[in-house]
Design a protein around this ligand. Structure first.
Ligand code: ZN
Length: 315
């Protein structure tokens, strides 16, 4: 039972990554690799019956299309294939199943005990703010769920909402997409978690492995970048230079994030000040890196001619 429910998460995510999260009943329920997991998803009402097709891949030759001619009786239909001719087969070969995406989202929120009031759909059926969770006073986590995040347009819509929510530093994004995303994704640097790695299907809910969510917060040294990286500035307030971790002071984090989030990663000094909430004038970023000079030297460049600070991506 348990292994089947774990595998069901994989199938659910695979379907969620399709433009239309639909699967033919014949594939879902007859192919060995899906049968048990598919039934579990149907039982949990995460898959509902979808459209009935009038064409299917011919069940005889498995090559040509076979079209529906007429129903034979309550349970069988007559199909016609150019190669095989008339074929009588169970009506279920024409049936499809579709992921009930709304129910997936509702169940994710409920399973994380998130208040309904903070849930919001973002973009057309692609990502959602699941809700805000206050772990302790003043420390909130804003949970999001996104599907198809390897597509730049879906990723951007989600990032735009996170910025509107002013949740860049508190965002945790669950996804059905396989990670990692490419380095140029608008979501680069955000904390993204593959759903099957932290949760499995359970009865009427998703069961989150709390210890794995903790692991995401306190990652092991194994996933530390080996070279220069700003990937963890936002989520863990640290930067890596030559594989060595440098914990950042709050202002250092704000300055780097200001540049990371800026168009073309370029800003004037006072624009950085504004984004960091500083009223210092003139604003000189280097002054804030007294204890982390190597981080500054590695990631920030000043273009004297343009009076612009730019982010050096560390290479
Ligand atoms: Zn055929």
């Amino acid at each position: 039972m348990s292994a089947r429910l774990i595998e069901s998460m994989g199938l659910l995510c695979q379907l969620l990554e399709q433009a239309s999260p639909e699967i033919a009943a014949s594939a879902l329920l007859s192919e060995d690799k899906y049968a048990a997991t598919g039934e579990a998803l149907i039982h949990e009402r995460l898959l509902s019956t979808g459209t009935v097709r009038s064409y299917v891949t011919c069940p005889e030759c498995l090559v040509e299309n076979a079209r529906l001619v007429k129903p034979c009786n309550d349970s069988n239909v007559l199909l016609f294939c150019d190669d095989c001719g008339d074929i009588e087969c169970p009506r279920s070969v024409l049936q499809t199943y579709t992921v009930n995406v709304a129910r997936v989202v509702e169940r994710l929120s409920a399973s994380l005990s998130l208040p309904l009031a903070s849930r919001k759909a973002i973009g057309p059926n692609s990502s959602w703010r699941l809700g805000i969770q206050e772990r302790r006073r003043g420390a909130a986590t804003t949970w999001y769920f996104g599907r198809r995040l390897s597509r730049a347009c879906e990723a951007k819509a989600l990032v735009d909402q996170i910025k509107l929510d002013q949740a860049a530093r508190s965002a945790k994004i669950l996804t059905s997409t396989r990670l990692p995303l490419c380095a140029s994704s608008p979501l680069a640097g955000y904390e993204i978690i593959e759903l099957p790695s932290v949760a499995r299907l359970s009865q009427s809910r998703f069961l989150f492995y709390d210890n794995r969510l903790q692991d995401v917060e306190h990652p092991s040294a194994e996933d530390a970048p080996s070279g220069n990286s700003l990937a963890y500035v936002r989520s863990r307030r640290c930067a890596y230079v030559n594989g060595i971790k440098y914990q950042l002071e709050s202002m250092q984090q704000k300055i780097l994030l200001a540049l990371m989030d800026a168009h073309a990663h370029r800003l004037e000094a006072q624009q950085i000040a504004a984004r960091c909430g500083s009223s210092a004038f003139p604003f000189q970023p280097i002054k804030y890196f007294g204890r982390n000079p190597l981080v500054y030297k590695t990631f920030v460049r000043y273009l004297a001619g343009d009076k612009l600070y730019v982010l050096a991506e560390g290479d």
